[in-house]
Design a protein around this ligand. Structure first.
Ligand code: DAH
Length: 343
């Protein structure tokens, strides 16, 4: 009997030693110490022993049991530690690896230009006004001194919704709207950015939808000189300190006198040499402007004997094309990521 116990102990010891994981170790425990385990069975056989042998053998069995339990406990904590170390090794993070780059969105080039124009005029004390894109003929044309039969209406081929409602062809109607929401003769200094619509083909320099920024200043004794000074300052802010402007006489029904304004080419600075932007002309037209026509003031309740004003209107696509030397207006609307990523 004692010999048998010693054999079991030794067998348990070597099986515990080679157990590779907690599951295997538990199998060993069941095999020797479980309800039907080998040592348990041996203990049951004790009843056949004589009364004087029983206490001695019992003691040996209990010692063997304690021994095996102890070996299992030690191995158990060894295996647990090993499992933890393996886990730590496999989940190790290299904190010196560079992070994955997050793709960030950014502003559209037209928005960048719009924001810059707004910033320049807001710094000069201008307010930002808005008007609807679906507009009344009354504001888009009539109140701007373009009665129904006026030939200049043809130059802005319009999308009519009904006889009297259209998609605005220009941001100029915001001039009339701003005057009419004020008490008569209240001074105004505003810009009005927004989308406008014309029945144009979609090509390198035309789009049926584009963006304009209107400007209107009204007060006592506003002169054409104020207009020129403002636009000269604006262009220098927009295109650089060396920018020069050139005025050419023009016609708009809502201004008198009227002018078109050119800037010297900010890309080649007038040197030519095959300039893609100004085609070697050295000058680029950027806006229309003039002194507000007395009729326009009158129609919106302002008194041309008391106040005067100037107005201007420019295309945001055109400003952006000049600033970044872009030669095709369609690029703004096609959303090609290779183009947009450059801004
Ligand atoms: N509305 C004109 C256009 O779309 C641009 C313009 C010219 C606006 C002269 C003005 C201005 O306010 O005074 O062609």
């Amino acid at each position: 009997m004692e010999h048998k116990i010693e054999e079991l102990r030794a067998a348990a010891d070597s099986e515990i030693k080679v157990a590779a994981d907690l599951k295997e170790l538990d199998n060993v425990r069941v095999k020797f110490l479980g309800k039907k385990g080998e040592l348990t069975n041996l203990l049951r056989g004790m009843s056949q022993l004589s009364a004087e042998d029983r206490p001695r053998v019992g003691k040996i069995v209990n010692e063997a049991r304690a021994d095996i339990e102890n070996l299992i406990a030690v191995k158990n904590s060894e295996l647990k530690e090993k499992a933890l170390q393996d886990k730590l090794a496999s989940e190790k993070i290299d904190v010196t690896l560079p992070g994955r780059k997050i793709q960030r969105g950014h502003l559209h080039p037209l928005t960048l230009t719009l924001n810059r124009v707004k910033e320049i005029f807001i710094n000069m004390g201008y307010a930002v006004e808005e008007g609807p894109e679906v507009e009344l003929d009354l504001y888009n044309f009539e109140a701007l001194n373009l009665p129904k039969d006026h030939p200049a209406r043809d130059a802005q081929d319009s999308f009519y919704i009904t006889e009297n409602i259209l998609l605005r062809t220009q941001t100029s109607p915001v001039q009339a709207r701003t005057m009419q929401k004020n008490p008569p003769n209240t001074p105004i200094r505003m810009i009005a950015p927004g989308r406008v619509y014309r029945r144009d083909d979609f090509d390198a320099s035309h789009s049926p939808m584009f963006t304009q920024i209107e400007g209107l200043v009204i007060d006592e004794k506003i002169t054409f000189g104020d207009l020129v000074g403002t636009l000269d300052f604006f262009c220098k802010e927009m295109f650089g300190k060396d920018t020069k402007i050139r005025l050419r006489p023009s016609f708009f029904p809502f201004t008198e006198p009227s002018t078109e304004v050119d800037v010297n080419c900010p890309i080649c600075h007038g040197k030519g040499g095959g300039c893609k932007v100004c085609h070697d002309s050295g000058w680029l037209e950027i806006l229309g402007a003039g002194e507000v026509h007395p009729r326009v003031l009158e129609m919106s309740g302002y008194d041309p004997k008391k106040v005067s004003g100037y107005a201007f209107g420019m295309g945001v696509e055109r400003l952006t094309m000049i600033k970044y030397a872009i030669d095709d207006l369609r690029l703004f609307f096609e959303n090609d990521i290779r183009f947009l990523n450059q801004f």
